[in-house]
Design a binder for this molecule. Structure first.
Ligand SMILES: Nc1ncnc2c1ncn2[C@@H]1O[C@H](COP(=O)(O)OP(=O)(O)OP(=O)(O)O)[C@@H](O)[C@H]1O
Length: 301
């Protein structure tokens, strides 16, 4: 659905995107993560032809660029803040944006999907940040685009609205819509993204499936015993990676056998009261990759 090849972008002398290439499969949800200023919004703007950039962008088999972007009719987007007219109602915004057949039906269905009913007929100037955000998302998906690009869509949304958005993205992707979504809320992204692009200082340092990334993520074991301090010493002496944490917390590999730990503790007459397994999740994995990249960059200097 989307192919990006050797994309470079500079603002005056500052290069902010460095040779970015990736492919987005039809119906996949692609998460875009990176620190503040990593280049996420710039990349999205370049794909949307909002800024000029060097490189090749192909959407649904059609080339797209700053000067030639016919195919962008098939793309819905919410970048930074939604463009909202304060004196128009949400419904009038949707009417203004609607294209093609069955407009009223599509407007009503997006209102229902995003639970906008109770304020959609009020002027938008009375909307909260989250309400505006939801209206912006509604405008992006209203015309059933093949590709939807959302920059920080979870901004300002409460947990219920986040969940509704997640369900909507999942159901749309299952019917073939491709999503490119940037977010700092990695726990939310973890729940919806099939793939992940990690940007660091304008470089794509990792393109991976969520499954692979999480499989390689850090895992922890949190033990509760009748003698935690002794258990800590025993496990450290036995070579386990015991963390400096108020809890008795061990870092373990993804596939791990518990038996030797229990044997070691029993040998020292320590009783285990509780065991919890915790995976580091997306946040840990992304931070680890960004840290590795920083170390490599420093070493190359
Ligand atoms: N119009 C512009 N003119 C000059 N520099 C810009 C412009 N837009 C962005 N930049 C610079 O490009 C870099 C990438 O910015 P961008 O907004 O793409 O980052 P981001 O990853 O989206 O960050 P955030 O998570 O904070 O939104 C930053 O150093 C920013 O200062």
């Amino acid at each position: 659905m989307m192919q990006i090849q050797h994309l470079n972008k500079s603002f005056e002398s500052k290069q902010v995107l460095h040779d970015i290439s990736f492919t987005g499969q039809t119906g996949h949800v692609i998460g875009l993560v990176g620190a503040n200023g990593a280049g996420k919004t710039t990349l999205m703007k370049a794909i949307l032809g909002l800024i000029s950039a060097q490189g090749k962008i192909t959407i649904d088999g059609h080339p797209s660029s700053f000067d030639h972007h016919e195919i962008l009719k098939e793309v819905g987007a919410l970048i930074e803040y939604p463009s909202i007219y304060p004196f128009m109602s949400g419904r009038d915004h949707l009417k203004l944006f609607a294209k093609g057949p069955n407009q009223s039906q599509r407007i009503q269905s997006v209102i229902n999907d995003l639970h906008l009913t109770h304020y959609i007929d009020r002027p938008a100037k009375k909307y909260s940040l989250g309400m505006k955000q939801k209206l912006g998302i509604a405008m992006a998906i209203l015309n059933n685009p093949k590709l939807v690009i959302l920059d920080e869509p979870m901004n300002g949304l409460d947990p219920q609205a986040n969940k509704e958005l997640r369900l909507l993205i999942k159901s749309k992707s299952q019917t073939g819509t491709t999503f490119l979504i940037s977010s700092h809320i990695l726990s939310e992204l973890q729940k919806i993204a099939d793939e992940l692009l990690i940007l660091d200082h304008g470089q794509l340092i990792q393109e991976t499936t969520m499954k692979d990334l999480l499989a390689a993520s850090v895992h922890y074991l949190i033990l509760s015993t009748d003698q935690d301090e002794l258990a800590r010493q025993v496990l450290k002496a036995a070579g386990y990676q015991v963390l400096n944490d108020p809890h008795l917390k061990l870092q373990i590999p993804p596939k791990f056998n518990l038996e030797p730990i229990l044997k070691e503790l029993t040998k020292h007459h320590i009783t285990v009261l509780d065991i919890q397994h915790q995976d580091g999740g997306l946040e840990d994995s992304v931070l680890k990759l960004l840290h590795q990249d920083q170390v490599l960059t420093e070493a190359a200097k």
